[in-house]
Ligand binder design. Structure first.
Ligand SMILES: *[C@@H]1O[C@H](CO)[C@@H](O)[C@H](O)[C@H]1NC(C)=O
Ligand SMILES: *[C@@H]1O[C@H](CO)[C@@H](O)[C@H](O)[C@H]1NC(C)=O
Ligand SMILES: *[C@@H]1O[C@H](CO)[C@@H](O)[C@H](O)[C@H]1NC(C)=O
Ligand SMILES: *[C@@H]1O[C@H](CO)[C@@H](O)[C@H](O)[C@H]1NC(C)=O
Length: 761
């Protein structure tokens, strides 16, 4: 279990937007001579008369009693995605936002420049399964990356799976894959329109043909093969009724673990594990490297798991419920299976080690007093992940002050064997298995789109070598023209918060357009990574990017996360606001040039911050945000976020959430100071992670609040995308469209004095 199945509000896709990596020759050298100098007024804000916003019906009769507080929910009707009234609301919002964004010269120019920049070949790490290597490749603008198969690393490759052929518009994505131990089959999950639901299909790797069966109602599931290659374990929500295409809002409960046998239809699958008394539990399963255990890491929200296991007897049919044995019974820490040697099972855990350590639990003597520590917790660095390679080695990755450190340790003694040299940046991909001595890792950083290194433990004297380096087909990008700095600023309570600032090199610092991006939650670490749109912002507006590592993330282990969740959530907002103040006070930007952006849990961040400090920002972009903090737990997998937000049905949590819930803290500007920044709210019709209803209700409340205010000229817009979800699997054409909308919005709503949109060279 390398990384848990995501149900948190993680935004791998937002990371697309983020600068995610760094390498030379990426970006075209900024050519100032071609920069058009524009009068601020020419691209200045285009105000919107607040009376033009569509009127959303207020239903004054809907009222909830929260522990004695009566709270109206006048836009409850917007929670029904299928009603004509909701659809009309969406249409009337798009009728305002689309022309605002699209009917201008900038949109076309930004779109064509961005499309050019995007058009370079992207490769994933080679992965070895059975007699083949596989890798993903995207020629540049393909909507989905294509999977290739080859018999040797230097040999010819043939197309193995091309998701682009599965739909005309690229909205079917390969969401997951898992090979049988001998590599003869690949089970894979397809997701449609960005939904979390997947269908599992099985492909024969020799013939490239799929078996007949298709497994449905699968969500938040691992696919773990038994070592006899005859079938695999997976989870489904078999009781979920109604539509399951991702546009529904029904809660996901009662996940069950099944065993599927190759060649049989899904209705013959064996139910192996269920917990009928625990509807919120989700079952993450992994077959141990030796094949003799099925290890279950059970979670109920977004942190802490218990550990159960079942013995798998070689040669014995799996045709009934498994007999479960309990190892860890309390939800109080994370346990991540690494590998095992007989009954000695290795876990990475934060049990009594907030920065994580590697321990060994002997399944024959599982009492905690018998647990052994193999790699002890580091005082300051977070042990981010561990992977067993080359029989007896552990590839170990640490986060040190928000930068990646990669090393190898001995599986038997825990001793450090070697450290891999890395620049400031992040390992964004790895491949390597216990049975192979060869590993690959993809390193990336703010100014480097990615570089895959190859290393073989059989030849330790040979340094890791560059296997493939991403080359942009754009001339002139020169890393030396940019600066990446990491500073530490003080938040409201004095805590030091790290922040990366990326900009063009110059002698003096003067206020420039600045994109401030934040997340702050769910223990998700915002590591340095490459993003085209971010560099496009720098290049086009001579801008500055800023990435603060807000509390709530995992950058400094469990403590950092704890300091930004539950009753400490306000710290996250304070950290973000303090980062804006730092950037203004230190001349990197000014209020009218500063835009904040965040998605998902980061959309909540943006929604809250424009309510709390409208005076601090020029513009704001909130993507797929959680905006109704009193009802988030009622839809799809929302209940799993109680570990970060708290449960509104408990009084003290309700009181805490009510203080910052974006929907419940909207104000009517009574002065220029209180005017909302220009705000763009983005969501999509198949987002079943954070239902679009959050953005609908928040927009309705904002527009209603400003309707009669003479102090509100900045636009407050909602754009709803169709056939799209929370972000994962989004086709390239939709990513470019969204990025174009965002950059156009920024260029129209910020005080931009230079704009370089010349995409010819
Ligand atoms: C990607 O999908 C869009 C439709 O969503 C289509 O217009 C475009 O041609 C596709 N791109 C490629 C490279 O196939
Ligand atoms: C929390 O974040 C740390 C640092 O990124 C990571 O190593 C750990 O696995 C995360 N915990 C969970 C439960 O995801
Ligand atoms: C490395 O990862 C980045 C970011 O995920 C990706 O764009 C790139 O294609 C990968 N491969 C290489 C060779 O950099
Ligand atoms: C801030 O920027 C202005 C230009 O707008 C410049 O005159 C001033 O010296 C800068 N201040 C600092 C402290 O760098």
């Amino acid at each position: 279990m390398h990384k848990n199945i995501q149900v948190a509000l993680s935004l791998r896709f937002v990371l697309d937007f983020l600068p995610r990596t760094s390498h030379p020759r990426f970006f075209r050298l900024r050519d100032m001579s071609k920069t058009t100098d524009l009068k601020a007024s020419a691209v200045s804000k285009k105000g919107i008369d607040p009376n033009l916003y569509p009127t959303a019906r207020r239903d004054e009769t809907v009222e909830d009693n929260f522990h004695g507080s009566k709270i109206k929910d006048v836009y409850r009707w917007l929670e029904d995605p299928d009603s004509t009234e909701t659809q009309q609301f969406v249409k009337s919002q798009n009728d305002i936002s689309r022309p605002f964004l699209e009917n201008c010269n900038e949109w076309k120019k930004i779109n064509s420049k961005l499309t050019k920049l995007w058009n370079y070949a992207k490769y994933g790490c080679p992965m070895r399964y059975g007699s083949y290597y596989y890798y993903f490749m995207n020629t540049g603008l393909q909507n989905q990356s294509v999977m290739y198969q080859q018999t040797s690393l230097n040999g010819d490759s043939k197309e193995f799976l091309d998701p682009n052929k599965l739909s005309d518009d690229g909205t079917i994505a390969l969401a997951q894959k898992s090979f049988s131990d001998d590599g003869s089959y690949m089970a894979y999950g397809l997701s449609e329109s960005g939904s979390d639901w997947i269908k599992i299909l099985i492909r024969n790797t020799e013939t490239g043909k799929d078996l007949n069966e298709i497994l449905n109602k699968v969500k938040f599931s691992e696919i773990s093969w038994t070592k006899d290659n005859k079938g695999f374990f997976y989870c489904r929500y078999s009781e979920q009724d109604g539509k399951t295409d991702g546009s529904e809002t029904k809660q996901n409960e009662n996940q069950k673990l099944y065993y599927h046998r190759l060649g049989e239809s899904q209705d013959k699958d064996t139910l192996v594990v269920e917990f009928p008394d625990e509807p919120s539990w989700r079952i993450q399963s992994v077959v141990s490297d030796c094949g003799l255990y099925l290890i279950l890491a059970i979670v109920k929200d977004c942190r802490d798991n218990i550990v159960y296991y079942a013995d798998l007897e070689p040669g014995k049919e799996i045709n009934s419920k498994l007999n479960i044995k309990k190892i860890v019974e309390k939800f109080e820490a994370d346990y991540d299976y690494v590998t095992n040697e007989g009954s000695k099972v290795y876990f990475r855990t934060n049990k009594l080690a907030p920065n994580y350590q590697v321990i060994i639990i002997d399944f024959e003597k599982p009492e905690e007093s018998n647990w052994k520590t193999l790699i002890a917790e580091h005082k300051t660095d977070v042990l981010d992940w561990v992977r067993c390679v080359d029989e007896d080695k552990l590839l170990v990755c640490y986060i040190r002050d928000v930068k990646t450190v990669l090393q190898a340790n001995c599986l038997r003694t825990g001793k450090l064997l070697r450290v891999f040299d890395l620049d400031i940046g992040t390992i964004v991909g790895t491949s390597g298995e216990k049975k192979y001595s060869e590993i690959f890792y993809n390193f990336s950083s703010f100014l480097s789109p990615g570089c895959i290194y190859q290393y073989d433990f059989k030849t330790p004297e040979i340094m890791p070598k560059v296997f493939r380096e991403i080359k942009l087909n754009l001339e002139g990008f020169c890393r030396e023209n940019y600066i990446v700095e990491q500073i530490f600023y003080k938040s409201k309570d004095g805590t030091k918060i790290p922040m990366f600032i990326i900009r063009m090199k110059r002698d003096t610092i003067e206020p420039r357009p600045c994109l401030l991006y934040g997340y702050g939650g769910f223990n998700i670490s915002m590591l340095p990574c490459f993003g085209l749109t971010g560099l496009m912002f720098i290049d086009t507006f001579d801008g500055v990017l800023a990435y603060p590592n807000l509390r709530g993330g995992g950058e400094y282990g469990e403590k950092w996360h704890n300091d930004g969740r539950l009753f400490n959530k306000q710290n996250v907002f304070d950290d973000f606001q303090a980062s804006a103040e730092y950037l203004i006070d230190n001349n990197y930007t000014s209020k009218d040039r500063l835009v904040i952006q965040g998605g998902s849990n980061g959309g909540l961040l943006v929604g809250t911050c424009i309510n709390q400090r409208p005076d601090l920002f020029g513009a704001a972009v909130a993507q797929v945000g959680v905006m109704d903090m009193l009802r988030f737990h009622k839809f799809t997998i929302g209940h799993a976020w109680c570990s970060d937000y708290g449960n509104p049905s408990e009084k003290d949590h309700f009181e805490n959430l009510y203080k910052f819930s974006p929907l419940h803290n909207v104000h009517t500007p009574g002065s220029n100071e209180k005017e909302y920044p220009s705000t763009l709210i983005l969501t999509a019709d198949h987002d079943d992670r954070v239902s679009p209803l959050h953005s609908f209700k928040f927009t309705a409340a904002l527009q209603e609040a400003v309707r009669n205010s003479k102090f509100q000229n900045n636009p407050l817009l909602l754009r709803v995308y169709t056939k799209a979800g929370h972000g994962a699997g989004k086709p390239t054409s939709k990513k470019i469209e969204e990025a174009t909308d965002i950059l156009t919005f920024m260029s129209k709503s910020l005080n931009v004095d230079k704009i370089n949109l010349n995409s010819e060279q």
